[in-house]
Design a protein around this ligand. Structure first.
Ligand code: NAI
Length: 345
């Protein structure tokens, strides 16, 4: 089986080549992202493999279909870059629903600790033999209230780590998990209460029409002064302009961002020799209390290996059986895991 692999980075190749060889899947690695302009590169392949910032909108889906492509393998969990409504009946969309929730949750904690203990400042100072502590005062996480939005796989791991720090935990989820609140260490509350009572808020829900800009000016207005916001989910959960205004107004104490609304043209690439056109991102990065990483939370050896193995197995299973438990299906206006492999019926 031959698969056109878009938006390739050096760290992708190692594990995809390894599992590809093991399962008899041959990848052609393209550095370019999938867009309408590049879709023709998929001509003659048996399927296409893409990541979070490839474009899989209606025109791209139509082009892939015209090339005879029927299988699209996402090497990620989120699928907000795929027009699932349009894909229904045209493309089988496979994904990696879980790889390492630890990778993402641990990165969220790394950002939080870096921020509240000013490690990013201390690192630069000590490199310059500046051992002054002035301006590096942080605060204990112990006893603070953390609000976790989205208590799925990653949110749960994040909560477990916060338990270890002795934090009070509030949670909000559209579909609360009763078992999580059983031992009394986690309290499910409304989003409003979470915003009002948390010292730290970490986002772990998907980007949907409903969650788009869930942290906007009015949400930030409800937060405590000095709120620390962590976003390792999807950029557009947060209205970046409103966040910037909240930082300037000293309402937001710190922001830890692994994702950014307009990241697709910037993140994962070396832009160090270019003039940054995005003033909002430039201003955010310039703030002493903002830490930005470029969608790096998934990037552990464990996660990369698991992503590659699941993606390859998805492709092989689908080719052999015509169905996969990791196929996404859009029915009745809802995208969910496909239960019966009848997306094309
Ligand atoms: P999951 O599906 O296990 O959990 C998501 C949770 O969000 C579920 O409990 C669901 O009920 C909840 N949810 C859905 N709609 C909601 C709403 N409107 N309001 C509040 N909660 C809602 O997903 P998982 O694996 O925990 O991943 C969470 C997110 O993390 C993904 O959607 C993805 O955007 C992001 N992610 C980021 C990565 C990175 O490298 N930065 C890597 C992997 C995932």
């Amino acid at each position: 089986m031959r698969i056109a692999f878009f938006d390739t980075k050096p760290y992708d190749k190692l594990f995809f080549e390894q599992y590809g060889e093991q399962y008899g899947v041959q990848f052609k690695f393209f550095e370019t992202k999938l867009t309408l302009d590049t879709a023709d590169l998929a001509r003659g392949f048996d399927g296409v493999c893409v990541f979070v910032n490839d474009t899989v909108d209606a025109p791209v889906i139509d082009r892939l279909q015209s090339l005879g492509i029927t299988t699209l393998a996402l090497r990620c969990a989120g699928f907000n870059n795929v027009d699932m409504k349009h894909a229904f009946g045209r493309l089988h969309v496979l994904r990696v629903p879980a790889y390492s929730p630890y990778a993402v949750a641990e990165h969220a904690i790394a950002l939080l600790l870096t921020s509240v203990r000013r490690i990013h400042k201390a690192y630069i100072r000590s490199k310059d033999f500046n051992f002054s502590l002035t301006g590096l005062t942080g605060f204990d996480l112990h006893g603070k209230t953390v609000g976790v939005v989205g208590t799925g796989k990653i949110g749960r791991v994040f909560i477990n780590i916060c338990r270890g720090f002795g934090m009070k935990i509030l949670a909000y989820d559209k579909y609360p998990a009763p078992d999580l609140a059983q031992d009394g260490t986690v309290r499910y509350v409304s989003l409003d209460t979470l915003l009002r009572e948390s010292d730290i808020i970490s986002l772990h829900c998907p980007l949907t029409e409903e969650t788009y800009h869930m942290i906007d000016a009015s949400a930030l207005e409800k937060c405590k002064k000095g709120i620390v916001l962590i976003n390792t989910s999807r950029g557009a959960l947060v209205d970046a302009e409103a966040l910037l205004a909240g930082i300037k107004a000293r309402k937001v104490g710190a922001a830890c961002l692994d994702v950014y609304e307009e990241e697709s043209e910037l993140f994962f690439e070396d832009n160090s020799g270019h003039i940054l056109e995005d003033d909002t991102l430039a201003r955010l990065i310039s703030m002493p209390n903002v830490i930005v990483t470029s969608h790096q939370a998934f990037l552990t050896e464990d996660a990369l290996s698991s992503i590659a193995e699941t993606t390859v197995r998805n492709l092989v299973d689908f080719a052999r059986l015509g169905q996969s438990p990791n196929e996404l299906c859009y029915r009745a206006g809802i995208t969910s895991d496909c239960r019966d492999g009848k997306c094309f019926s």
